[in-house]
Write a protein that binds this ligand. Structure first.
Ligand SMILES: Cc1ncc(COP(=O)(O)O)c(C=O)c1O
Length: 412
């Protein structure tokens, strides 16, 4: 699985290419000239990219966007000199109507990213997103995954890839009912962007807000890729696909990371309490272990759950609070798989009938416990072969790290 980091473009998103492409092509056709006023409805990134391009080429620009767009986006547009108009939160259709109305009143020219073929052309043309993906994968790409807003990215990139290999599968994702993910939309039929052609998409997947945000946070703290919410959506779709296809499919799945996470900080989606990956619960434990069965080098950290009274979301167990950070960073730092399991709140854990105390393949008696998993006994096909538990009592984080390093080294 490969990610294309479009947040590394100059104005920070997948929209830099379409913004420049729409302005250049309109100039070449004599439709606009420097000094004119441009008007665009945008959920943010197109606005920032157009504001940059307008500043470079000498245009005045008015951007219309829903009020729930993040403060960073607004300020970035203003920084490039754009004027902003708001419509109520989530009302992208209203923003599009207002842009058209202002154009009809002679207040400026709408390039209209939703109907403008220069938008997908930025991804299908020379030097576009499709060509880069084809070149950088050496033609090995088998699946392309993109979230869908104007659908410019999926249409243009998909078109290019299919022209090289008609078997490349194009997968689009849209927000599930009720999800509000900046930049992507479940369009009502009458607002479907006219650049969209359903025959260019082999499959669509729905992504919930929670799945997109959880994947986005995991991307940052597990892979070091700091991205926005729609990118969490495309990566979670790619992960689902990868699981469906299995290791033997020989697939090369490429997903677009549309922009960077710093554009979303003020929304709180990266707050420290949320940013740690959530541990699996006891009921998720065996299904999770089953998915890992057959893989070597699997470790499991059994930890006491988050204390509901603590704002930082840390565990109610003082030994877990001291040891967990060291355990997680040492084990993950060696490239091993670490499954983190929350044994529950204090009263559940103290019960002698706790399912993990009773399970003969686990026999858990203390938290934190770091277990090495091996073998093929038990319902999950694995059992504990060695563990550290009481050894963590009273140690400081540096001592815990030392202990865990020796434990992992012992198991090769
Ligand atoms: C954050 C984000 N994700 C996804 C998209 C979707 O890209 P496209 O409009 O090319 O479908 C956009 C578009 O603005 C976006 O800003």
């Amino acid at each position: 699985m490969l990610l294309k980091l479009e947040g590394n473009n100059p104005a920070g998103s997948v929209k830099d290419r379409p913004a420049l492409s729409m302005i250049r092509a309109a100039e070449e056709r004599g439709h606009i000239k420097p000094g004119d006023t441009l008007i665009e409805a945008t959920s943010g990134n197109t606005g920032i990219a157009l504001a940059m391009a307008a500043a470079i080429r000498g245009y005045r620009i008015i951007l219309i966007m829903p009020d729930n767009m993040s403060e960073e986006r607004r300020q970035a547009m203003s920084a490039y000199g754009a004027e902003l108009l708001g419509v109520p939160a989530g009302k992208m259709e209203m923003a599009r109507d207002l842009a058209q109305q202002m154009q009809a009143e002679g207040k400026g020219i709408v390039l209209d990213q939703f109907s403008n073929q220069d938008n997908p052309a930025a991804h299908s043309g020379p030097g576009g997103t499709g060509e880069e993906l084809w070149r950088d994968t050496g033609g090995r790409i088998t699946h392309f995954v993109s979230s869908m807003g104007t659908t410019g990215t999926i249409m243009g990139t998909g078109r290019f890839l299919k022209s090289k290999n008609p078997d490349v599968q194009i997968i689009g994702l849209q927000p599930a009912e009720g999800a509000q993910i900046a930049g992507i939309r479940r369009w009502p039929k009458e607002y479907l962007p006219s650049i969209f052609d359903a025959s260019g998409v082999d499959r669509t997947m729905d992504i919930t807000q929670e799945e997109a945000e959880d994947t986005m946070r995991a991307l940052a703290c597990v892979e070091g890729v700091f991205a926005g919410v729609s990118s969490g959506g495309s990566v979670s779709a790619a992960l689902r696909l990868s699981e469906e296809l299995g290791d033997d499919a020989g697939a090369t799945i490429c997903a677009i990371v549309c922009d960077r996470g710093d554009r979303y900080l003020s929304t709180g989606c990266y707050s420290p309490a949320l940013s740690r990956p959530r541990p699996a619960g006891v009921s998720d434990f065996w299904p999770a272990v089953r998915r890992l069965a057959g893989r070597g080098d699997v470790y499991v950290l059994f930890t006491a759950g988050a204390d509901a009274e603590r704002a930082d979301g840390a565990s109610w167990c003082p030994d877990c609070r001291r040891a967990n950070g060291a355990i997680e960073s040492v084990v993950r730092g060696t490239g091993k798989v670490l499954l983190v399991v929350d044994v529950g709140q204090r009263p559940e854990w103290k019960s002698p009938d706790h399912p993990l105390r009773l399970d003969p393949d686990v026999e858990l008696t203390c938290v934190p416990t770091l277990a090495k998993w091996d073998g093929f006994a038990g319902p999950g096909g694995m059992r504990v072969s060695d563990r550290l538990g009481a050894e963590f009592d009273g140690l400081d984080p540096a001592e815990c790290a030392h202990l865990v390093s020796a434990f992992v080294a012992k198991h090769g």
